[in-house]
Design a protein. Structure first.
Length: 369
């Protein structure tokens, strides 16, 4: 009798402990970040900024974003590609859903379909016949020299999203000698990370994204932060990207603030032809052969391609909370993508967040170009 009386109570207690343990092991997490892409010249064609909110619950995730193009014209042309949108990932069902909030439409894709698209995009990016996006240098004319990289812990400390962090700057550079002109300019990539070792929630995120990456056939050590966006833009510079990736493996913590800057220039960035043709009378005053001049000219020429009226210029951005990381001497920044943590929540997510609303219309995904 006594044993029978205790069993229900013991069972209830055990269930309570198991429920608590499960909730602790699979706590929901919601992270809000700001993201921006800023370039000069033709690379400013895709300038955008906005916020994203990602919720992870076990084997499901949802990311809501509201990216806005800085160019009114480009924003109008790309109005169906940017703006309020959401992506739902269901690992247990091998499904991804993309929601267009304004049009109340959605597309459905399997991981196999996504893998095929990623492979096609990668093939096009690495193909010499595909030069749709502007590049810092014409790599077909490059004689690449050995890349170099260094890691610097500046000792600076700051707090972002309520988390203490320390600054780590990784700089990788690789000189390119022009086969035709003999000019030597280096392409540099500067990763400016503010790393937090107290971000305990990153374990749950890493668990999800490793499983996600495995299903997508990607490197499971990667993450869905600014580095993934940077990889898509900068991986064509394989030498410096490989150096960055190697150095990142030795950096501990979670990046609560992160930026990648692509730069061109260097102390030897000169054009011999310009030197040969310049008049001796104004040799001393001519700056076309000075360090970094060629990089500045590149930025200027790119800028002329997509010149904007003064009325369309975006309002001046507020001063950043921290000064940007210094570029290598003589380099000119061409593009920067950055992300910063705003807030973190561990409140339980509603199951409805991971389902497509009933009033949304299903459409077929557009073919990858």
């Amino acid at each position: 009798m006594k044993t029978r009386t205790l069993r229900p109570a013991a069972l209830a207690a055990l269930c309570g402990i198991l429920t608590l343990a499960t909730s602790l092991a699979r706590a929901d997490i919601t992270i809000e970040r700001t993201t921006s892409v800023e370039g000069v010249g033709a690379m400013a064609f895709g300038n955008m900024s906005g916020t994203s909110k990602t919720t992870i619950s076990g084997n499901k995730s949802r990311t809501d974003s509201d990216m806005k193009m800085q160019s009114k014209l480009v924003g109008f042309l790309a109005r169906n590609a940017v703006g309020p949108s959401a992506e739902i990932v269901l690992l247990d069902q091998d499904k991804l859903y993309h929601l267009n909030i304004n049009k109340k439409e959605y597309t459905e894709m399997t991981f196999e379909q996504m893998r095929e698209r990623l492979q096609k995009a990668s093939d096009q990016l690495n193909s010499t016949d595909e030069r749709k996006q502007p590049a810092a240098v014409d790599q077909s004319k490059c004689e690449w020299m050995p890349a170099r990289a260094d890691v610097k812990k500046t000792g600076e400390k700051a707090q972002f999203g309520g988390y203490d962090s320390e600054r780590v700057v990784i700089t990788a550079a690789q000189p390119c000698k022009d086969k035709e002109t003999g000019s030597v300019c280096e392409v540099a990539l500067v990763l400016d990370n503010w790393m937090s070792t107290s971000f305990a929630e990153s374990a749950e995120m890493q668990k999800f994204y490793k499983a996600y990456a495995t299903k997508m056939g990607l490197d499971p050590s990667g993450s869905q932060d600014v580095s993934e966006r940077a990889k898509l833009l900068f991986s064509q510079y394989k030498g410096i990207w490989a150096e960055i990736a190697t150095k990142m493996q030795g950096v501990k913590g979670y990046p609560v603030r992160s930026s990648f800057t692509l730069a061109l220039g260097g102390a030897e960035c000169k054009d011999p032809k310009a030197h040969q043709t310049q008049d001796s009378s104004d040799k001393d005053s001519d700056s076309s052969n000075s360090p970094g001049a060629l990089a500045g000219a590149v930025a200027g020429k790119l800028g002329g391609l997509f010149h904007k009226k003064k009325d369309d210029a975006p309002a001046a951005a507020p001063a950043p909370a921290v000064a940007p990381a210094p570029l290598p001497p003589g380099d000119v920044g061409l593009m920067t993508i950055s992300s910063q943590l705003v807030s973190v929540s561990t409140n339980s997510a509603s199951p409805d967040a991971f389902t497509v609303p009933a009033d949304f219309k299903k459409t077929e995904p557009k073919n990858a170009s």
